[in-house]
Design a protein around this ligand. Structure first.
Ligand code: GLP
Length: 251
């Protein structure tokens, strides 16, 4: 078997580390070092069971965790394959999803789930504006080369962009529209990132299993005067496809 020749995974039965964990870490190492390449077939549960004299449960657990962490993906009836490396998202610049994807040579797209004119006290409070103010609420599933990556719900202060709700955002950048159609210049944003797991709704839309790790982000965007809030966004990014990058300087 090809796998036996190439993949000699170090499993130490005397180690206090569980076997499934050792197997998972060993496979991870093979993926990270490029021995196993993106879209290459990963040994099946049965092959692992036979090659390493472990139980099927142990092999399954290792593969399940690798899948949840975004290292492999499964195709019904075909087996598990090595996933593409995660998308590395910098946290320094105020960029749009469209710009982020373009920079990576990927095509940004969206499935528009909801566009509505709303009043929302909680959002108004977050932005520090009048509780009766109108927002354009735009909920989109964001796609990269057709693959679902994030679920984003944006609230835009309608008084700055009346009629925004008439646009079709399937193939259109929100930030570009704000800039080009409404002459709004974005200046800065405040953003938080939290860990969460995908709930049923998110999992279905993002085509992952419920319980997959997610990056939950909240952003408040300001105009270029630095203090006029224009946008409130809640987004859920696939933690199996994304990692965040920040450069730190020593004080
Ligand atoms: C990113 C941000 C969102 C922002 C969006 C605009 O995804 N997380 O806060 O609303 O970009 O993207 P676009 O201009 O591609 O519609």
């Amino acid at each position: 078997m090809e796998m036996k020749k190439r993949l000699v995974l170090p499993i130490d039965r005397g180690s206090p580390l569980p076997i499934y964990y050792q197997l998972k870490e060993a496979l991870k190492q093979q993926i990270e070092s490029g021995v196993l390449k993106p879209h290459e077939l990963v040994p099946s549960e049965r092959e692992l069971e036979e090659a390493y004299h472990i139980s099927r449960m142990t092999a399954r657990r290792a593969l399940e965790e690798l899948e949840a962490e975004g290292y492999i993906y499964r195709v019904q009836g075909k087996g598990s394959f090595v996933a593409e490396p995660k998308i590395r998202q910098g946290l320094l610049w105020l960029t749009s999803f469209t710009e982020d994807m373009r920079e990576r040579g990927m095509r940004a797209g969206a499935k528009v789930l909801k566009v509505k004119v709303v009043r929302d006290e909680r959002v108004a409070r977050r932005l520090g504006v009048d509780p009766g103010e109108e927002f354009v609420m735009l909920q989109r599933l964001r796609l990269a080369d057709g693959e679902p990556m994030a679920l984003e719900t944006s609230y835009l202060r309608r008084r700055f962009c009346p009629g925004l709700e008439e646009h079709d955002f399937t193939d259109r950048s929100l930030y570009r529209t704000l800039q080009e159609e409404f002459g709004l210049r974005l200046g800065r944003a405040e953003q938080t990132v939290e860990a969460k797991v995908a709930d049923e709704f998110e999992a279905k839309l993002l085509e992952v299993r419920p319980g997959t790790p997610m990056l939950s982000m909240e952003r408040i965007t300001y105009l270029d005067d630095g203090h006029t809030p224009i946008e409130y966004v809640r987004s859920v990014y696939r933690g199996d496809r994304y990692k965040l990058f920040v450069e730190l300087k020593r004080r």
